[in-house]
Design a protein around this ligand. Sequence first.
Ligand SMILES: [Zn+2]
Ligand SMILES: [Zn+2]
Length: 267
Amino acid sequence: GGGGGFGGGGDFGDVFGDVFGDIFGGGRRGGQRQAARGSDLRYNLELSLEEAVRGLTKELRIPTLAACDVCDGSGAKKGSSPTTCGTCHGQGQVQMRQGFFAVQQACPTCHGRGKIIKDPCNKCHGEGRVEKSKTLSVKIPAGVDTGDRIRLSGEGEAGEFGAPPGDLYVQVSVREHAIFQRDGNNLYCEVPISFSKAALGGEIEVPTLDGKVNLKIPTETQTGRMFRMRGKGVKSVRSHAVGDLLCKVVMETPVNLNERQKELLRE
Ligand SMILES: [Zn+2]
Ligand SMILES: [Zn+2]
């Protein structure tokens, strides 16, 4: 006997785990064991900043397990059907006594499935599922960002023997952009300005995700100054909020000056 009066094998924690599992756990209540729901799948989707900001419909090719089309997921050869396991009477579990406790274990005859397939399907060899890739058309909403997740209910792996499928999670990551950096709904960029524009003021062209716009620069603008262009950022995927575009102007050091320009600078 094992430790402390509980007898039998198995440590304390395991025994309690099983007992409470039986009381509170779902799935095993009320007669037959339910076949396992399919696994959830995760698909890593890389988007450009433009795609993430505007949203798009993407065709995703997903390798997964699908219900076998020959046996309709039952695992049994056409014309036959799985029979209820005689050892566990379809429960998938058998009771063993361990000291004071009755402990559930997976049925050794049917390996916990509750059913016996005497005549397995040729295509899936009794598994009820086959490897298959499917193409899904997924709508990516405008404004998604790295870390966002889109759940496609029921698009995961097929369940065991006709049980419900899992879900598919599309995990978004956004590639770095050559010009813009994103922080939440705001975009940042750096724009070069000439020495004379910085000194005298005027209009400069600034890139946005929808093309170039003009930005007025006051006289004596210092390098590194940040200009905020309201509403030129990203429209939030969760609210109606729209972010701003923050432009940092960076002065270009003049090169290849002619004598006249040098003269002017000295003055
Ligand atoms: Zn099959
Ligand atoms: Zn069984």
